[in-house]
Design a protein around this ligand. Structure first.
Ligand SMILES: NC(=O)c1ccc[n+]([C@@H]2O[C@H](COP(=O)([O-])OP(=O)(O)OC[C@H]3O[C@@H](n4cnc5c(N)ncnc54)[C@H](O)[C@@H]3O)[C@@H](O)[C@H]2O)c1
Length: 247
């Protein structure tokens, strides 16, 4: 079950963090993986780590917010699986702030990567998937795209919420062509750049399962959604969050 041999997958923003974990898991299940990141060195290192572990991966650096670059990079690949993982605030760090105090110039980064980035990759691969009668679109979203939060991330939440809605429309428009489209709404995840043990412990206590998530929690969910066995699962938003409340 869940065999991905013969499948070609793209994971965006897979140079580190959750995306690198997803790419590793897809390769472990037999997929050939195109490891994308806007930072070429990160994409190369992540792909090399997969190859060192015996998997089939190559780096494919581009910026998901640059539609022409996305089209150029993907034109020659017949993709079966696209994992839209590049997110957060894109190449910039997240700068949480209440919306009423926020400079409108700060809306663009989260919206571009979390919504337009997903639309750019989807548009570049969708016609080919429909022609071949098979495709898996999976967007890595967030609880912030489903519920309101008091942590100053409203443009991010709007981008994720938009992407979740976009996946639902893709599911309906393309169901007859064998293309499924789903979102995973993640909860609090271990972050590459956070090394504050007290903060990690306090955040972990707020999660029913008692710890933050990792790429090893998300990779298997992607394997399932990408598999032939998930053929009848489409238009869904699945919370993968250690049991945190989502209403
Ligand atoms: N970390 C969390 O707590 C958390 C929670 C819920 C959802 N998520 C979502 O999970 C996904 C992965 O999160 P993470 O914390 O592993 O991310 P991260 O910030 O650690 O890594 C993201 C990677 O994407 C790359 N990237 C940024 N902008 C890009 C662009 N325009 N084009 C291509 N690559 C780009 C970065 O260089 C980086 O290597 C994101 O979509 C994020 O919004 C994260």
């Amino acid at each position: 079950m869940f065999d991905l041999n013969g499948r070609l997958a793209l994971v965006t923003g897979a140079g580190q963090g959750i995306g690198a974990g997803i790419a590793k898991h897809l390769a472990g299940q037999g997929a050939r993986v195109l490891v994308n990141d806007v930072v070429a060195e990160k994409a190369e290192a992540s792909a090399a780590a997969i190859r060192d572990a015996g998997g089939n991966a190559e780096a494919l650096p581009f910026d998901v917010t640059d539609r022409e670059a996305v089209v150029a990079a993907l034109a020659s690949h017949e993709l079966d699986i696209v994992i839209n993982n590049a997110g957060n605030a894109g190449a910039q760090p997240m700068q949480p702030q209440p919306f009423r105090e926020m400079d409108p110039a700060r809306w663009d980064g989260p919206l571009e990567v979390n919504l337009y980035g997903v639309m750019n990759t989807t548009h570049a691969v969708l016609a080919g998937m429909c022609e071949r009668g098979h495709g898996r679109l999976i967007t890595i979203a967030s609880g912030a795209g489903v519920i309101g939060l008091p942590i100053g991330v409203s443009p991010y939440g709007a981008g994720k919420g938009g992407a979740i809605s976009f996946m639902r429309h893709m599911a309906i428009e393309n169901a007859a062509f064998g293309v499924t489209a789903n979102s995973l709404a993640l909860g609090l995840m271990e972050m590459t750049e956070v090394h504050d043990e007290k903060l990690v412990a306090s955040l972990s206590r707020s999660i029913p399962r008692g710890r933050m998530g990792t790429g090893d929690d998300i990779g298997p969910a992607c394997i399932w959604l990408a598999s032939d066995e998930a053929n009848w699962v489409t238009g869904q938003t699945i919370h993968v969050n250690g049991g945190s409340l989502t209403t």
